[in-house]
Write a protein that binds this ligand. Structure first.
Ligand code: SF4
Ligand code: SF4
Length: 179
């Protein structure tokens, strides 16, 4: 490059500001249909582990914590943004964030999604079961409140073995005991 060209670029930069993108101070504009970070919403997660199974980078770890809750961890530091987990998630607990770039921090704690999802009790027999996802409860009962959640939490065994009347009564008793 000739000295004149270099000088010209220097003047352009001094007058017009930096020619490089101001990332990470400002987000980078990404093309339509960009596959950014998978975003996790624990209210919709049932702990089914489909996302963990399909993840080719082992970025997702789900662990049972003594039957009280399960921990969920998604590590953006190793995620390859393939979105297999989003396609596999049956409850839309994982969705795409089309607007963020591939930026990850040097601080590993900032690149982790960490969550703990409690198990819930079957209102009939008291067995701990995976909490039904918010979207499934709304689909079944048209709303997401204590009664709908309790009804959706009836375990498969009680659904098979108890009559509708018995389940109704057990749910009413459970709700009044937990008011
Ligand atoms: S986007 Fe791909 S690599 Fe990242 S967590 Fe999901 S399945 Fe794993
Ligand atoms: S995020 Fe979706 S696929 Fe993963 S455990 Fe939760 S419900 Fe299952």
């Amino acid at each position: 490059m000739l000295f004149g060209e270099i000088f010209g670029k220097l003047i352009d930069t001094l007058v017009g500001g930096p020619v490089v993108k101001p990332f990470p101070k400002e987000p980078v504009k990404v093309p339509p249909k960009w596959r950014g970070k998978p975003i996790y919403d624990d209210e919709d997660c049932t702990g089914c582990r489909q996302c963990e199974r399909v993840c080719p980078a082992n970025a997702i770890t789900i662990e049972d914590k003594k039957g009280e809750f399960f921990s969920y961890e998604l590590n953006y530091g190793v995620c390859i943004y393939c979105w297999y987990c989003i396609d596999a998630c049956p409850t839309k607990a994982l969705t795409g964030d089309d607007h963020s770039g591939l930026y990850v921090s040097n601080d590993r704690t900032k690149d982790l999604i960490k969550s703990g999802v409690p198990y819930v009790e079957c209102p009939v027999c008291g067995t701990k079961v995976l909490r039904p996802s918010r979207s499934i409860v709304i689909k079944q009962f048209g709303k997401y409140d204590a009664e709908s959640l309790a009804r959706a939490s009836v375990c498969p065994k009680c659904r098979r073995e108890k009559s509708a009347e018995e389940i109704d009564q057990a749910v009413r008793d459970y709700l009044s005991a937990n008011e």
